[in-house]
Design a protein around this ligand. Structure first.
Ligand SMILES: Cc1cc2nc3c(=O)[nH]c(=O)nc-3n(C[C@H](O)[C@H](O)[C@H](O)COP(=O)(O)O)c2cc1C
Length: 393
């Protein structure tokens, strides 16, 4: 079942011959969106009392991660926090070099760095260099970054305050609402003077159409691979009991459906959902992307350089928080770059990298993250999170 479309399509409503009634609705959390232990980390993250530096980790775990795998572990000492990647928490053949998991680690690092001054710390981040390779056969936590902490001026900014409101929005966007040019200009400058990182932003319709076509074709191709399907399905949580037990992964509530369709989908069996998903159209994905007036690439000099992945993640988290603070929504749409990894892993010609280079017209930059942004028609729900106690080493 595909990540993007596992709930989409007209099939969902037309097969709403739901049995089981109210009990099933209750059991599947239809009346409990955003409730229960899986959603607690979104609520108590700021009420810290005097338990910093743990408060920084509480902010970090609210970050984005691929398929909500939450690949992070943290080691706290008096003067530093170590960020480790837990390589077991991977999406398999969809991310064969853990490139996206490393980007997710960068997202967590960004939240942590924003929470540092808010909790009275001056923080500096040391990123460890390295080159990404295949998923380790015998996984063990690997240190990627160290955040050194010293006493500092206590201050909060708009990005920090946006942390609990940032959610990936997979619903439709309003194509008639354009994004103010000063927002686009500020977004473009987020990477500052980082020589290894650049944001390419596209608002022109012809550019966006081309990217949507590339992404849609990549979506179809990558999810036709059974290995990719297996890696992805491991993180799809259809049962409410699984959402509350594992507190990770992709949920129906976060899939961007309207409220009634969400309720119906939650009451359907996995078999019915699969059938509904099989009726979704690939055009649907391209059209969804084109509803947003802005598509962006985060590009680096070397897609497989560990520290550049972390920097890319920091910028994605920052960009999404910046959008949230200004009333916009966003969604990553990474199939084209996932196909770059896929072709590399299978030893095939780099056709997707070439297509992306055609869009940027500058092959010295390697797109590593694709997203769209705009004004949503529906608000997005939070996704589950494991508690801090589960991510400390
Ligand atoms: C590296 C990376 C790649 C992602 N790719 C996609 C994607 O292609 N499509 C999508 O809908 N979400 C994508 N996401 C969003 C995650 O699924 C999302 O962050 C996660 O489910 C947690 O939800 P939240 O962002 O609402 O907190 C990606 C996130 C990261 C960090």
């Amino acid at each position: 079942m595909r990540r993007r479309s596992f709930l989409k399509g007209t099939g969902i409503v037309t097969v709403a011959v739901v049995g089981g009634g109210v009990w099933r609705a209750w059991d599947q959390g239809v009346f409990s969106v955003g409730e229960g232990p899986a959603y607690e980390p979104w609520k108590g993250w700021r009420n810290t009392g005097n338990d910093a530096p743990l408060a920084l980790v509480r902010a970090a775990i609210l970050a984005a991660s691929p398929h909500n795998t939450q690949p992070w572990l943290f080691k706290i000492t008096d003067s530093a926090i170590g960020l480790y990647i837990d390589t077991q928490r991977n999406v398999g053949a969809l991310d064969p070099y853990l490139r996206e998991e490393h980007i997710g680690m960068g997202c967590a690092l960004e939240n942590l760095m924003l929470a540092a001054p808010a909790n009275g710390y001056a923080a500096t981040a040391e990123l460890l260099p390295g080159k990404l390779g295949p998923i380790p056969a015998a996984p063990k936590p690997q240190l990627l970054a160290r955040v050194n902490l010293a006493p500092g001026k206590r201050e909060e900014n708009e990005l920090y305050n946006a942390i609990p409101r940032r959610h990936t929005n997979r619903g439709p966007y309003d194509p008639s609402k354009t994004i103010p040019p000063d927002f686009v200009a500020a977004l473009k400058h987020l990477p500052g003077d980082d020589a290894d990182l650049k944001l390419f932003l596209f608002t022109d319709e012809a550019d966006r159409k081309k990217i949507a076509e590339i992404s849609s074709a990549a979506n179809t191709e990558i999810y036709s691979d059974p290995d990719v399907q297996r890696g992805s399905e491991r993180w799809v949580r259809l049962k409410w009991s699984a959402v509350q037990k594992y507190r990770d992964g992709l949920t129906i509530d976060a899939s961007g459906l309207p409220p009634i369709a969400t309720a119906i989908a939650k009451m359907m069996s996995a078999r019915m959902l699969r059938w509904a998903a099989s009726r979704s159209t690939d055009n649907g994905y391209a059209n969804l992307m084109l509803g947003a007036p802005l598509i962006g690439f985060i590009a680096v000099r070397d897609r497989y350089a560990q520290e550049q992945c972390l920097q890319a993640g920091r910028i994605w988290q920052r960009a999404h928080l910046f959008a949230t603070a200004h009333g916009l929504s966003a969604r990553p749409c990474n199939e084209a770059v996932e196909m770059v990894d896929h072709e590399r892993a299978l030893g095939r010609p780099a056709s997707r990298a070439a297509l992306l280079n055609e869009v940027t017209t500058d092959s010295t930059w390697q797109p590593t993250f694709v997203f769209y942004m705009g004004y949503p028609k529906l608000s997005a729900h939070a996704s589950p999170r494991r508690p801090v106690q589960a991510v400390l080493v």
